[in-house]
Design a protein around this ligand. Structure first.
Ligand code: V47
Length: 383
């Protein structure tokens, strides 16, 4: 039973307590200023603790962006570069392998790989990023490419999504991150990233990945030109795909990550960054709407460490990782550190009263001695 009870939330509170699903209208209502944030947080926390108890997960991970050169010009992106830009780069094999070596030497279990769509690179150049790392460092889980890259690879090869995913899996792909989702509703998507993979391509790719036994994440980019309706529509589309893939008996989405837009150095630099209260509200609403996704991540790089800590009481159960070499948010003005030590991440979780649990990408408990580790049992959560 919850402590507080404002009349506007009464019907929603009753549904959440009974484990019933919230509608689009109810989701939009939760964005109203009349809904008190602490009470919303309390409801989201109820669901969070039902699914994940007192655990707060983190991993030891490293990022790799093989290139920032991109044929697309998404208005929200500060990372991309033109072909002849001074800041444009394509990483050499030596640089990629050095990043893998660095990752393994600090005990990383995961490499998060995404990049631009280089005008002149071939499919094999992208495949090679995965195969090089997988062959040299087979214990490193490669969480790579979004449907935007996969769609591009389909065009480069003239092959199907299934072919590309199967081929990447053979090269060493372990799972897919949640990026490229932005906002699915065409009223917004057509304004912020009109050329890249649309919502149906995004969903087809994840569905195919799930069918091929690849787990994936999902995201939502908020705090730009979208309205509450577009956010809730986005969450419901994700919930529907998850229903469908779980129905098939496939693994589906593991984690949802709400991503606050960072305006610096982007085509939308006039838009102020979302406030901490908006971040917490979106975290809580995400937890309440996505009743079939096991984890909600408070990505500390994007939220800032303080808000990420509070988010662990507003629906989030995961804080991402120690992270190294993150560029997408830092190019867009993020003031968070480049990385956190394991001690720092554990102690910031402990300070919130939660129990830190090191997980691998597939949410198995990590058993470790220094930089050597093995995946233990899956961490039990309620589906
Ligand atoms: O798709 C790009 C977003 C995403 C900006 O799966 C921006 O574990 C804010 O998906 N301001 C990529 N956001 C990052 C991503 C992600 C991050 C952490 C963990 C996982 C995971 C996935 O970043 C893009 C886009 O939505 N983005 N530019 C910006 N200026």
């Amino acid at each position: 039973m919850l402590r507080t009870s404002s009349p506007i939330l009464k019907p929603i509170r009753e549904k959440v307590e009974a484990g019933e699903r919230l509608s689009l209208e109810e989701g939009v209502l939760l964005y109203s200023d009349e809904v008190p944030l602490p009470e919303l947080g309390e409801l989201a926390n109820l669901v969070r603790e039902r699914k994940n108890g007192n655990y707060a997960y983190y991993n030891i991970n490293t990022h790799l962006n093989p290139t920032n050169i991109c044929v697309y010009r998404c208005t929200f992106c500060a990372f991309r570069a033109d072909l002849r830009d001074e800041k444009g780069y394509w990483m050499t094999d030596e640089q990629i392998l050095a990043r893998g070596q660095e990752a393994v030497s600090i005990g990383s279990t995961e490499m998060h790989i995404v990049g631009g769509l280089h005008h002149q690179a071939k499919y094999d150049d992208y495949r090679r990023v995965v195969s090089l790392l997988h062959e040299a460092y087979p214990s490193l889980h490669l969480k790579a490419w979004t449907p935007v890259e996969i769609d591009w690879f389909c065009r480069l090869t003239n092959k199907s999504t299934r072919w590309v995913l199967e081929d990447m899996k053979q090269a060493g792909l372990g799972s897919m991150p949640g990026g490229g989702a932005e906002i699915f509703h065409p009223e917004v998507r057509n304004k912020i990233c009109e050329h890249k993979a649309d919502s149906s391509r995004w969903f087809d790719t994840h569905r195919t990945a799930h069918e091929l036994d690849l787990r994936t994440n999902c995201t939502m980019l908020y705090g730009h030109i979208e309205k509450a309706y577009h956010r809730i529509d986005h969450l419901i589309r994700l919930r529907e795909l998850q229903d469908a893939v779980l129905q098939e008996g496939w693994g589906g989405f593991q984690t949802f990550i709400p991503l606050a837009f960072h305006p610096e150095n982007t085509g939308l630099s006039h838009i102020p960054k979302a406030t901490g209260l908006m971040d917490l509200r979106t975290m809580a609403i995400s937890r309440l709407m996505l009743d079939n996704v096991p984890h909600i991540k408070a990505y500390w790089i994007m939220l800032g460490v303080g808000t990420a800590q509070v988010a662990l009481a507003y629906g989030a159960d995961d804080i991402d990782g120690t992270v190294r070499h993150e560029l997408i948010y830092h190019d867009a003005g993020a003031e968070t550190p480049e990385a956190l030590s394991v001690e720092a991440i554990r102690s910031l979780i402990e300070e919130t009263g939660r129990e830190p649990v090191e997980r691998d990408t597939l949410y198995r408990r990590v058993e470790r001695e220094g930089t050597q580790w093995r995946a233990g049992e899956p961490i039990a959560v309620q589906a």
